[in-house]
Design a protein around this ligand. Structure first.
Ligand code: NG1
Ligand code: ZN
Length: 539
């Protein structure tokens, strides 16, 4: 069977690429201003069909989102059958297809199918979802055209409409695992919510409730999900109430990620605009597609305090280490934490002091996810709030086969099973992370200040510097040291050596056209000064 070149060309012509635009499938798929993405969506439709055919018709996911970016942006990324990111070897094919001129599109599709040895008679299953961006509808229709252009009559598409990114990852894995030994749950949004609520309930049943959690959903898709989750928690009398910060269940134009959301709170180290919580009131912000979460509160004196991905990882690892010990599995299981260079130095010191090993990997969820899979229980978090906890199959089997000798051990074993069902095993998930954190706070009967008291962050500063060519910046040592431009690292080291507990590094962004400078030091003034001195070295 061969491809219908006429059909590809005819449909492709309706989605011409803009002149002189070069696309790259990066850590977050394709992402840019929505008005240059039409052709990309069409071509991603083709790649998605090829990927599914190559994998014998297993469902692959397509998520249309630009996450925390401004509302005018959009993006698209592919999800592999197990619910993880697209296999890196296919990123290059996606990039090449996106950059193919219109007149050679059809022939390039055939060439690609040949190179990849795709049997074009196979079935393909595509699962689609999108965030609330106004450009989402047009993106979806270009994507569907792309899918249609290579449809051999055996391509099926399931469109879940507006959904969070982690829900799409869940749906892909649940669809492919249905009826197997590895069944991940009911492949519906309700199935995803019910699974989380039931695991959460297992962890907190019978515990006294804690104060309500205020949730800012960045005026995005997280809002209806939080609303739903809140109702489900009420129905089962869970000791937790969720209260929206904004009336944001209906998306309004221009509101998404605007002065609110996880990225605003983390990078500006500020509250969402227009929101003033009372002293010690626990708050959380999600990003636009609900795969990131950060917590925060105003202390008694009104000082803003951030509880970011590092604080979440620390809370989780303390709790998990304790459970593993109570379950009597300390000698047979290894618990580890995976961070990036952006992790606050104090969090790494704290986690190490709990005898938990830390691995530092380059930025990008796929690196963290992969490294966390090497542990029995791997906690991974980016400082910006993207992360989850992975449980190995061996560990789960060990927990299930351990015969408890004391009630406390039995409880710990059960709780480990609930935790593994609550933590999203495919990707960082704001909703699942929220419930993980809340379950621990409920168990410990902690407010935000007690959690914050685990350790105090070093003040830090993140600065963006625009450069003519960010590819001139290459790094080593999990991005903590520059290799090129030559000698720049020496100059950075020179500045860093003048600050007590100073740390600074420079790396090219994988998602924006800039390089990022990170600095931390003992005081806010010193962290700012170091960041700006290092930024001043960049040309
Ligand atoms: P880049 O642009 O490569 O720094 C940003 C975030 C990452 C990750 C990706 C994917 C920072 C400093 N960087 O990457 O952590 O979330 O976006 O969205 O927050
Ligand atoms: Zn996101």
């Amino acid at each position: 069977m061969s491809l219908d070149h006429d059909k590809i060309s005819k449909l492709g012509e309706q989605h011409p690429p803009p002149a002189n635009h070069v696309y790259a499938y990066g850590t977050a798929g394709f992402r840019s201003n929505a008005n240059v993405l039409d052709a990309v969506l069409f071509r991603v439709g083709i790649i998605a069909v090829f990927r599914s055919m190559k994998l014998d018709g297993k469902a692959v996911g397509v998520m249309i989102t630009a996450s925390h970016n401004p509302e005018c942006d959009n993006g698209v990324k592919l999800v592999d059958p197990h619910g993880d990111m697209l296999d890196p070897s296919w990123e290059a094919y996606a990039t090449a297809l996106a950059n193919t001129p219109l007149d050679s599109l059809a022939s390039y599709c055939s060439q690609l199918a040949n190179t990849l040895k795709i049997d074009l008679t196979k079935k393909a299953n595509i699962i689609i979802a999108r965030d609330t961006r106004p450009s989402g509808d047009a993106m979806l229709s270009s994507l569907n055209h792309g899918i249609e252009s290579v449809n051999n009559g055996s391509v099926s598409v399931q469109d879940f409409g507006l959904a969070t990114t982690p829900a799409l990852h869940y749906l892909v894995r649940a669809t492919n695992s249905k009826g197997t030994n590895d069944d991940y749950g009911e492949p519906t949004i309700q199935g995803y919510m019910d699974k989380m609520v039931s695991a959460f309930n297992g962890l907190v049943q019978g515990k006294p409730s804690i104060a309500p959690l205020k949730v800012d959903c960045a005026n995005g898709i997280g809002a209806p999900y939080i609303h739903d989750l809140s109702e489900k928690l009420q129905k089962v009398n869970a000791p937790l109430t969720l209260e929206p910060v904004f009336d944001d269940t209906t998306p309004g134009i221009g509101k998404l990620n605007n002065g609110c959301g996880a990225d605003h709170v983390k990078s500006k180290q500020l509250l969402p605009v227009g929101f003033t919580p009372g002293p010690n009131e626990r708050c959380a912000s999600l990003d636009g597609d609900a795969d990131r979460i950060v917590y925060y509160y105003n202390d008694q004196r009104g000082n803003f305090k951030l509880l970011d991905g590092d604080k979440i990882a620390s809370l989780l690892s303390v709790f998990i280490i304790d459970l593993v010990e109570k379950a009597g599995l300390t000698d047979t299981a290894n618990v580890g934490v995976v961070q990036t260079a952006y992790a606050n130095g104090c969090s790494s010191k704290f986690i190490n002091a709990q005898q938990v090993p830390i691995k530092c990997v380059p930025t990008g969820v796929k690196h963290l996810h992969h490294a966390a899979q090497q542990y029995s229980v791997g906690v991974y978090f980016e400082a910006n709030g993207h992360g989850t906890v992975l449980f190995s199959d061996e560990f789960i089997n060990l927990v299930k086969s351990t015969v408890p000798v004391m009630p406390a051990q039995q409880t710990a074993l059960q709780q480990l099973i609930h935790l593994s069902q609550l933590a999203n095993q495919t990707v960082g998930d704001a909703l699942s992370d929220l419930l993980l954190v809340e379950a621990i706070l409920i168990q410990k009967q902690w407010g935000p200040a007690e959690w914050d008291g685990l350790y105090e962050d070093f003040p830090n500063r993140l600065v963006k510097v625009t450069v003519p060519d960010r590819t001139a910046f290459t790094t080593t040592d999990a991005e903590r040291k520059l290799v090129t431009p030559a000698d720049l690292q020496k100059e950075i080291d020179g500045h860093v050596s003048k600050y007590q507990d100073g740390r600074s590094f420079v790396r090219p962004s994988g998602t924006e056209d800039c390089v990022r400078v990170y600095a931390e030091a003992q005081t806010r003034g010193q962290a700012d000064e170091l960041a700006f001195k290092v930024a001043g070295l960049i040309y």
